[in-house]
Design a protein around this ligand. Structure first.
Ligand code: CA
Length: 224
């Protein structure tokens, strides 16, 4: 296992590095955000430990930049303050986990093992299909930069379609993801909401991105 440690407190960095070494992990250390981006582009790290307060950029910016560059290594952020907004911002910005300083090294190791087990699937914080963009954290949808107002259910349905863009989703699969267990499956609620979504997401833009696949369900396609 190979870890990238982005931490400007030299003593802290060396303590973490040594402890990871004892676990059999190799750790590369940098004190700079910019340098970490270069390193992460060159090496396929199993995990990245990222301090939020760095001299040249914030950990939030580093995390966002990593994801924009297609680096999907699990990111664990280290925060100095136990501030809820820092943790929320970090996780919503594409980080996978966090630890509040001071922390026990054994916990850091366990969390890194857990993150490394999950691998590196793409998991963008903001979903994009063509020029359609959905931000689950900011609850925002835009097409070509134009903001689209959706109800909570319309948003949930679109998010599901975008998470599986290109795949055919049956009515039942859409219901499973966007409605809770109390929902009455008999009704035509999916058809109703797909129609509403098309009226907001496709029609005003002259698109037909939400396809009906006869006898199978619906599929979101990339359109231009
Ligand atoms: Ca720091």
């Amino acid at each position: 296992m190979r870890v990238l440690l982005v931490e400007d407190e030299v003593r802290m960095a060396s303590v973490i590095r040594r402890s990871l070494g004892k676990e059999g992990w190799a750790a590369d250390v940098t004190t700079r955000g910019q340098e970490s981006l270069v390193m992460a582009a060159g090496v396929d790290y199993d995990a990245i430990v990222l301090d939020l307060m760095l001299p040249d950029m914030s950990g939030f910016e580093v995390c966002r930049a990593l994801r924009e560059r297609g680096v999907w290594a699990p990111v664990l952020i280290l925060t100095a303050r136990d501030a809820v907004e820092d943790r929320v911002r970090g996780l919503d910005g594409g980080a996978d986990d966090y630890l509040v300083k001071p922390f026990a090294l054994a916990e850091l190791h366990a969390r890194l093992r857990s993150l490394a087990r999950r691998g590196r699937p793409e998991r963008p914080a903001v979903l994009e299909v063509g020029d359609l963009r959905l931000d689950p954290a900011g609850r925002e949808v835009t097409r070509g930069g134009v903001e689209i107002q959706l109800s909570a259910k319309e948003f949930a349905l679109l998010e599901t379609l975008m998470r599986h863009a290109g795949d055919v989703l049956s009515r039942l699969e859409l219901i499973e993801h966007a409605w809770d267990i109390a929902y009455e499956v008999r009704s035509n609620v999916v058809e109703v909401y797909v129609r509403r979504l098309r009226d907001k997401v496709d029609r005003p833009f002259g698109r037909e991105s939400i396809e009906t696949v006869r006898g199978a369900g619906y599929r979101l396609r990339e359109t231009t």
